[in-house]
Design a binder for this molecule. Structure first.
Ligand code: PLP
Length: 472
């Protein structure tokens, strides 16, 4: 090994590489019983704190430490019994693609440095555009995730609708909207009072009447409504806002319609998803995350814009050192359409995954997520102490344990205690959320490798744990 050149011999690279591949193969073979763990900060300080190594160590010893101290102390977000937050059920092809993208260190910010990477991104984005029903000419780019996609889309909206003048501008969304939208607007210079988080209806969808009233009142008061942000699958319950009606309101009141489909829009790949997403094709911009429900390793989010010129106008700035990089118009420089100049070749993993498995098989995997949530709902409905709060929709079911005769405070305490109790066993993982001010449990079984038995065992275990709890 030539440490000064950071260069390993071929043999060293092979032996380390094969070890890494073996680790990944074991991981993907589905033999891991546990969902990983969440140790305390103190325990990890003990395991991992050290001074910056002066002389470097044997790479196999470092890999040993990764195997012993690092990987087991992270949660397996892609485990079939990880039902919390939005799981990340990635796939091996995507992992190989990421290794290639990192290994060749492909720069996909400019055409001159990464022409084929840009072309792969153009093709893959176009596949997503078609799935979402946007017209030819619409386009977009891959981002690090949904938060970045929301910022990118809303920057385009700000530019297109306000010419970047923010005074008195207001945007609208439901109270179920992901906080990345609030953060995006904050980053773009809007104050908190420039986003109206309207109360949602009894199915946790944006209330149309509340929206039209708010727009009218704001106009009368001299504000400038410019954007409505709709959900295509909320993180809390999977609710889809009434997209066709919102598109009408947006048309009538000249508002930009951004759809945050980070979680739900990828389901446009299957028929069930498309049925739930009627009206998505009328959006001005869409966030959709392949690293959620298109089975990609983190980090790949996506943003689609009906008229990508708005992205370009919002983002294009040319430093003099980039003069050589900007070729003819058709040779797309993705750095001119978003925030990052240096961008990794994210498109490769989605492109390879879609090519290897094919649309219909990925659609089957997505459909399975819908079905698993429905199975969970059926299992819950059969149990007397358990109440379904929101039925399975878009792969999410929410529920509570409500033992007879317990007062509401005691019931809330019980439902707060159940997730940590089940999670600390490291066999299953789920999270709670809050709906109408009360804690509810939530299952998001979108991993296509989750079985019905995984769900049954999880609900059985919750039930058994509840019997051990007598919250006072
Ligand atoms: C609906 C929705 N929007 C945006 C985001 C943010 O996406 P990311 O975590 O990829 O930044 C999430 C994440 O769960 C989400 O569910």
């Amino acid at each position: 090994m030539d440490r000064d050149a950071l260069q390993l011999s071929r043999e060293q690279m092979r032996s380390l590489g094969y070890r890494v591949v073996d680790l990944l193969v074991d991981h993907f073979a589905g033999t891991e019983e546990e969902t990983g763990q969440t140790p305390s900060r103190a325990a990890l300080e003990e395991a991992l704190r050290e001074d910056l190594p002066e002389d470097g160590q044997d790479p196999h010893a470092v890999l040993d430490q990764v195997e012993e101290d690092v990987l087991p102390n992270t949660r397996r977000i892609d485990h079939p019994r990880f039902f919390g937050f939005v799981p990340g059920p990635n796939n091996f092809i995507g992992v190989l693609a990421d290794a290639l993208a990192a290994g060749f260190n492909v720069f996909s910010g400019t055409w001159i440095s990464g022409a084929a990477a840009a072309q792969v991104e153009l093709v893959t984005i176009d596949w997503l555009r078609k799935l979402c029903g946007l017209p030819e000419g619409a386009g977009g780019l891959f981002t690090s995730g949904g938060s970045m996609a929301n910022v990118t889309a809303l920057a385009a909206a700000r530019h297109a609708m306000l010419d970047d003048i923010l005074d008195d501008a207001v945007a609208y969304c439901s109270d179920q909207t992901h906080t990345s939208v609030d953060r995006a607007l904050r980053l773009l210079g809007f104050g908190p009072d420039q986003l109206r988080r309207l109360p949602s209806d009894d199915e946790f969808r944006l209330d149309l009447e509340a929206l039209t009233e708010a727009v009218a009142t704001d106009r009368t008061d001299g504000h400038r409504p410019f954007c409505v942000i709709a959900n295509a699958g909320t993180t809390n319950t999977g609710a889809v806002d009434p997209l066709p009606a919102l598109a009408e309101v947006a048309d009538e009141h000249d508002l930009w319609l951004h759809v945050d489909g980070a979680y739900g829009a990828p389901t446009a790949i299957c028929k069930r998803g498309r049925e739930r997403l009627t009206g998505l094709d009328r959006a001005d911009s869409i966030t959709l995350d392949p690293h959620k429900w298109l089975f990609q390793p983190f980090e790949i989010g996506g943003v689609l814009v009906r008229n990508p010129t708005h992205l370009r106008r919002a983002f294009r700035l040319e430093g003099e050192y980039l003069e050589d990089a900007m070729g003819p118009e058709e040779e797309v420089n993705f750095s001119a359409y978003g925030i990052q100049l240096t961008r990794s070749f994210r498109a490769l993993k989605l492109w390879m995954t879609l090519k290897v498995f094919g649309r219909q098989h990925i659609a089957a995997g997505v459909r399975r997520g819908f079905e698993r949530a429905e199975q969970a709902e059926r299992l819950l409905r059969k149990r007397p102490e358990w109440t379904v709060v929101t039925p399975a929709q878009m792969g999410i079911v929410t529920f509570r344990c409500e033992p007879n005769g317990w007062n509401p405070l005691r019931i809330d305490a019980l439902n707060r205690q159940l997730p940590p109790a089940i999670n600390e066993e490291n066999q299953r993982f789920l999270t709670k959320t809050t709906l109408d001010g009360r804690p509810v449990l939530r299952l998001c079984p979108i991993n296509p490798r989750t079985t019905r038995e995984d769900l049954r065992a999880t609900i059985d275990r919750l039930d058994a744990l509840r019997q051990t709890m007598s919250v006072s």
